[in-house]
Write a protein that binds this ligand. Structure first.
Ligand code: NAD
Length: 360
């Protein structure tokens, strides 16, 4: 089986961490009988340097023809890099917005997983972190408040700003279906988060999610108000499996959930459309402060590659093996600098990639 994967090494630490994810995918392929075929494209600053724009039409065509896209990270130091003297539509981030739009990626997945071995980095009290947690935040990415009509006017000498929050039932249904499908691959529980006590858009959200739930009798559905969810994430994160929510709530809750894990270099993410296609990338940025030093943590990118195996290729066993290899390396005490603690062995970015690959 050939996996046709477009890679965007990107900027900063991007090329270093993507190289390690490729190494791990190749090893998983040898073990589980698939062949990852990589085609690199330029995006972000790397594309600006060569083509003058952050993403070319040719690069989009290559990505669209792939089964999935694996990305490092893009962007540079926003105060010193010449890329940030360009108009906004020519800066590195414009490439990312464009590819998300062109590939119709409407579902964003961000796992927040606390590894026992890294529990010390968790800012929660020990009695809470001791239970561990493994949450998948599923955020709608292309609708809601961030994409509604907005305006700022002056009325009778008073400045007034308006943003609108609109969802139609089709937008809600397609993300809800993704949420339930993903729950079926996990602990089969969906917590749908809304503000149905106040917002019409949330009341529709709740109704449509309930309609979708009827097709997934094995999945337990619960509804939770967003303010309560924000509290529960720090009070009892172990209660969650899949959190399904709209764009703005998901933006805030996914940052909260990832920060309670305490380790930015460990956090994977995926953005999916309504086929099996997805773009997989770490949640962190391009870390220009440590680029080119071979000290970045490649685990977030490696775990993003594992998500790719599971969600785009249905290679659940291989995905599980990559995740288990990450856990094994951590339990053996190997750490990159960002997650280093007393008594552990510090390794480079490339050593970490090799250690994980060898344990698959
Ligand atoms: P950042 O996530 O790049 O870095 C924040 C801090 O975390 C830095 O100290 C960095 O060294 C550290 N860090 C991040 N990833 C790490 C890793 N894998 N291993 C070890 N340490 C790691 O955030 P920033 O500094 O605010 O942004 C830098 C650039 O990245 C900016 O141009 C920003 O726009 C861009 N960015 C890109 C993406 C993306 O590509 N999706 C996301 C966020 C930020």
């Amino acid at each position: 089986m050939n996996l046709n994967i477009t890679c965007i090494p990107g900027d900063g630490i991007g090329p270093e961490i993507v190289a390690e994810a490729k190494k791990v995918l190749e090893r998983a392929g040898e073990k589980y009988g698939f062949h990852p075929a990589f085609t690199d494209i330029l995006m972000g600053g790397a594309s600006i340097d060569v083509h003058g724009i952050p993403l070319t039409e040719e690069a989009i065509t290559t990505a669209r023809a792939a089964d999935a896209v694996l990305m490092g990270s893009i962007g540079g130091d926003t105060t010193t890099s010449p890329w940030y003297k360009l108009p906004p539509e020519k800066r590195p981030e414009a490439g990312l917005l464009k590819i998300r739009k062109e590939l119709k990626l409407f579902a964003n997945l961000r796992p927040a997983l606390l590894y026992e071995e890294l529990a010390a980095a968790c800012p929660l009290k020990e009695e809470i972190s001791a239970a561990g947690f493994d949450i998948m935040i599923m955020r709608e990415l292309t609708g809601g408040l961030y994409f509604g009509e907005r305006k700022t006017v002056v009325e009778d000498g008073v400045r007034k700003a308006t943003d609108t929050l609109t969802y139609d039932e089709n937008e809600i249904r397609r993300i809800a279906i993704k949420g339930f499908e993903i729950a079926m691959k996990r602990k089969k529980k969906v917590t749908s988060v809304d503000k149905a006590n106040v917002l019409d858009s949330s009341r529709l959200w709740r109704k449509v999610v309930e309609e979708v739930a009827e097709s997934y009798p094995e999945v337990t559905l619960e509804h939770m108000l967003v303010d309560n969810c924000a509290m529960q994430l720090v009070k009892n994160p172990a209660q969650f499996d899949v959190i399904l929510t709209e764009n703005m709530f998901g933006d805030i809750l996914s940052d909260e959930a990832s920060m309670v894990t305490g380790s930015i270099g460990m956090l994977a993410s995926a953005s999916l459309n309504d086929t099996k296609f997805g773009l997989y990338e770490p949640s962190h940025g391009s870390a220009p402060d440590i680029a080119g030093k071979n000290i970045a943590n490649p685990i977030a990118t490696i775990l993003s590659a594992a998500m790719m195996l599971r969600f785009s290729f249905d290679l659940d066993e291989a995905a599980g093996a990559v995740e288990a290899a990450v856990k094994k390396v951590l339990s053996e005490g190997y750490r990159t600098g960002d997650i280093m603690s007393a008594g552990c062995k510090q390794v480079s970015c490339s050593e970490m990639g090799s250690l994980i690959a060898e344990r698959i």
